[in-house]
Design a protein around this ligand. Structure first.
Ligand SMILES: Cc1cc2nc3c(=O)[nH]c(=O)nc-3n(C[C@H](O)[C@H](O)[C@H](O)COP(=O)(O)OP(=O)(O)OC[C@H]3O[C@@H](n4cnc5c(N)ncnc54)[C@H](O)[C@@H]3O)c2cc1C
Length: 380
């Protein structure tokens, strides 16, 4: 299917991204899945190849390309290669944009060049053991002590949690002020009282480090407050649509891949003396998969175009995330079934996609939360 949203330069970049994943990631990904983490060195290579933080201004060491289509191409190629380990998207599409949009010039000078080069790896810590969907229920506190805050609390399920050098921590600076008492603080590697817990054992995304973090009387200088005190919740609401859109784009890419893999398999695998694609059930299944993937692709591409123009609202992003990730899970399931016993074997890409996809309807806000947002926008 021709994708009208891309121009020649995006397709050139697609080749660069594809080559990077094929050469630098695919050969070692199996080992990194066993390790539960990708090496820091990979981040430096990605930085050198110009794959991190496209939208960071040249003044801070970035390419200054504020065109979200490049972010989409990189994520699509990573999904296509079936290598879920590197947390590049979390870093470039989700976390660094908080710094780009909220940080002071001094903070940008301090942090952004390293984010672009891959020397600084980032994470965002919203979720706590007792509060995920209900962000307003967080308990981590940051108490004002004049020139610094004292941070106490614990976070869980944090992507890039082991490798991260900078963690944007969502904390309560005013326990009495509800969502207006939430702020964003940057906690840095090595700050006393900042500890990493377990690298969590997950169903999929085995090469991604997802960790528990704990903060015990961590002294965070006021210079590390991101944005205004009390504006944290609003900042999260402003940035979550882009997070949801990139998850939708990744999901749409997996849907396309499932169609492609099933089509190949249906033409070559034989049963009862004919290719399985000759059975009406297989044809109908793949016909449905291809149709649903294409509809999703058109919708998600439209959302990407709108986002690039600054016109995608929170509802649109929620619709894209809800729809694309639910379809992704439906299609990976169908793809495994269509591959029979081989679909259950890890050496087949559909098996890995099945495991890696399960999270997509959960992180970045669950499907139920997306439906709440959509429902509210309809006046319900
Ligand atoms: C691999 C992975 C990576 C992650 N990365 C990060 C990260 O980098 N940073 C970070 O901060 N978090 C991260 N998360 C956390 C993730 O965003 C949360 O798990 C998610 O938002 C859901 O929160 P929860 O787990 O507390 O579930 P809960 O909020 O307890 O939800 C449990 C169930 O109740 C449903 N539910 C809750 N509220 C409602 C409602 N109002 N209406 C209807 N149903 C509802 C949910 O949809 C869900 O089905 C990650 C999680 C995983 C597993």
């Amino acid at each position: 299917m021709t994708r009208e949203i891309f121009e020649a330069e995006h397709e050139d970049f697609r080749q660069t991204a594809r080559t990077f994943f094929e050469k630098e990631v695919v050969p070692d990904h199996g080992q990194w899945e066993k390790d539960g983490i990708v090496p820091r060195d990979l981040w430096l290579k990605a930085g050198e190849a110009g794959l991190l933080c496209f939208d960071v201004d040249e003044a801070y060491g970035g390419p200054g390309v504020a065109d979200f289509r490049y972010n989409v191409v990189l994520s699509e190629e990573q999904s296509r290669a079936g290598v879920s380990g590197p947390g590049f998207s979390v870093h470039s599409d989700i976390i660094v944009p908080y710094i780009s949009s909220l940080a002071t010039d001094e903070q940008k000078q301090r942090w952004l060049p390293g984010c672009v080069s891959g020397e600084i790896i980032t994470a965002i810590a919203m979720t706590e053991p007792g509060a995920g969907s209900d962000l307003q229920g967080i308990r981590t506190t940051a108490i004002d002590k004049g020139d610094h805050y004292v941070v106490n609390g614990s976070k869980t399920f944090i992507s890039n949690g082991i490798n991260a050098d900078l963690v944007i921590v969502v904390a309560r600076t005013d326990p009495e002020a509800g969502h207006k008492g939430i702020s964003l603080l940057v906690v840095e590697r090595g700050m006393e009282g900042f500890e990493r817990g377990r690298n969590l054992d997950k169903i999929g995304l085995h090469a991604q480090d997802t960790a528990e973090l704990s903060f015990t009387d961590v002294m965070v200088p006021k210079e590390n407050l991101l944005g205004k005190e009390g504006d944290g919740f609003i900042s999260l609401m402003m940035n979550l649509p882009q997070e949801r859109l990139i998850i939708a784009a990744q999901a749409a890419a997996v849907c396309d891949l499932m169609v492609e893999l099933c089509l190949d398999y249906a033409k070559t695998r034989e049963a009862f003396g004919r290719p399985i694609g000759k059975f009406q059930n297989t044809r109908f299944t793949i016909a449905e998969m291809a149709t649903e993937a294409r509809i999703t692709r058109v919708f998600v591409d439209d959302c990407i175009t709108k986002h690039n123009r600054g016109e995608l609202d929170a509802t649109g992003a929620s619709m894209a995330k809800y729809w694309a990730t639910e379809l992704q899970n439906k299609l990976v399931n169908q793809a495994v079934q269509l591959h029979g016993g081989y679909g259950y074997m890890m050496e087949y890409p559909v098996a890995r996609a099945y495991l890696d996809s399960r999270i997509s309807t959960i992180y970045g806000g669950t499907t139920e939360i997306q439906k709440e947002i959509i429902g509210r926008s309809l006046g319900l």
